[in-house]
Design a binder for this molecule. Structure first.
Ligand code: PLP
Length: 439
């Protein structure tokens, strides 16, 4: 009998014993194509020789040194590399062990920044419905996924949620995509004014929404308007690229294409590519300098921040991505994946939308594609597809998001950037089998 506490206590899971490129292999020798990269983690596949070598070398040299006393070469080099490629005036990197730690740290950094500046009333964070920022209490409070929040609601800090930018589901006919984006962005201004601008410290959003809506990109102009509003009221813009960052959308950072730079940027998943648990929070020079010139101490930290082996793995991952042109490959193969999905499912009566950027693609399933009516949540369609796909040897990431209080079903695809043309066909074939078996 197992003593592991699994997420789903009733599930009998096969044991993964090996990784081979885009495939995971279980103890019975069955191969699964990792079509969701875990959850957008595995961007280099599961057997990248350079990253494995970097981890082995580092653990042999220096496994751990506490960052209160010492820094390390891989942490320094990784920070330099990230900043050299980061948008705007992001200037410092605070390493953590995963996505929730990154967003949680961002909320605390925003608060401390304003305290250092003497703006002590600033305490409100505004975020969006249909968002996920992690599972620790601050991150969970920022997320707008009702299902994830419900049980813990009494423990969560008060964070207000405005509309997401979810064109497929929420743009009325007759409104242009641009006008729609401006209108929903302006909800941020209305919320800042409602709370009192002097009390708002940050707005947090995913540039391309992942775990609640299935790879939903913003419409053009949306984030530019958000940036303007943040600047006008002195509100920090925190972009959560934990899922959509690190090349996933075909750009190293997802916000690059929207031509906006945040004050704080959160990354994780693809940063370590699964070889080590690591995340990071990048912040602007202005924020860092406020702390440096003030207390000189960020009142926050975890034991494993800047872990040498984790940063060595991530350094090899980012180098690999840049040196081998894998970000560009994510863009190109992403277009091919989109085309293959549209060709196969574009006319399917229950496929409402196929969308995304780079190798970050979502399929929205609906009961009626003319009215965009979601399936009844009791259908559990996304879960059925996940199961059928797994049986067929494909790992994909199904989700139910909340739309008007009704659950909608999506499938997220986020395969490794090394995916080939033949493997795109394999993914689409297996997905077709799974969808047909589940409807
Ligand atoms: N933020 C976003 C956008 C995510 O998608 C996730 C995880 O899916 C997180 C934060 C939390 O990351 P982690 O699960 O590594 O704590």
């Amino acid at each position: 009998m197992s003593h592991v506490f699994p997420r789903h206590t009733k599930a009998q899971l096969p044991t993964a014993v090996a990784g081979d490129g885009c495939y995971l292999i279980d103890a019975n020798g069955k191969r699964y194509f990792d079509g969701s990269g875990g959850a957008a983690v595995s961007c280099l596949g599961h057997s990248d020789a350079a990253v494995i070598q970097a981890v082995q070398d580092q653990v042999g040299k220096l496994a751990f040194a506490h960052t209160s006393f010492l820094t390390s070469d891989p942490a320094e080099e990784l920070a330099d590399l990230l900043i050299a490629n980061a948008p705007g005036d992001l200037d410092r990197v605070y390493f953590v062990s995963g996505g929730s730690e990154a967003t949680e740290s961002a909320i605390k950094l925003a608060r401390q920044y304003y305290l250092e500046k003497g703006e002590t009333k600033r305490r409100h964070v505004i975020a969006r419905r249909q968002s996920y920022h992690g599972n620790t209490l601050g991150a969970l409070a920022a997320g707008g996924n009702e299902w994830r929040r419900a049980q813990f609601a009494p423990l969560l800090i008060d964070i207000s949620h405005i509309a997401p930018c979810y064109e497929y589901a929420e743009r009325p006919e007759g409104e242009t995509p641009y006008d729609y984006g401006q209108r929903v962005a302006n909800e941020l201004e209305a919320e800042i004014l409602r709370l009192g601008p002097e009390s708002v410290m940050a707005f947090m959003a995913e540039p391309v929404v992942g775990a609640t809506s299935g790879a939903v990109p913003p419409v053009e102009g949306y984030f530019k308007r958000v940036r303007e509003i943040c600047d006008q009221y002195g509100v920090l813009l925190i972009l959560d690229e934990v899922m959509c960052g690190m090349g996933r959308t075909g750009h190293l950072f997802a916000c690059d294409v929207d031509d906006v730079a945040p004050d704080i940027l959160c990354i994780a998943k693809g940063l370590g590519a699964g070889y080590q648990p690591i995340g990071a929070m990048l912040c602007s020079k202005q924020i860092y300098q406020a702390i440096e010139a003030g207390s000189g101490f960020f009142q926050h930290g975890h034991t494993y921040i800047g872990h040498p082996v984790a940063t060595a793995a991530a350094l090899a991952v980012v180098r690999s991505m840049l040196d081998r042109g894998l970000v560009q490959r994510s863009a190109e193969m992403g277009e091919k994946l989109q085309a293959a999905l549209v060709e196969r499912f574009g006319q399917h009566p229950n496929v409402g939308d196929i969308r995304g950027r780079g190798l970050f693609r979502g399929i929205e399933l609906v009961a009626d594609r003319n009215t965009k009516t979601p399936f009844d949540p009791s259908t559990g369609l996304a879960k059925k597809i996940k199961k059928a796909a797994f049986e067929a040897g494909l790992i994909c990431y199904p989700m139910s998001g909340t739309r008007d209080g009704v659950n909608g079903d999506h499938i997220l695809l986020a395969p490794p950037f090394i995916i080939t043309d033949e493997q795109i066909t394999e993914v689409v074939d297996k997905l077709e089998v799974a969808i047909s078996a589940s409807l």
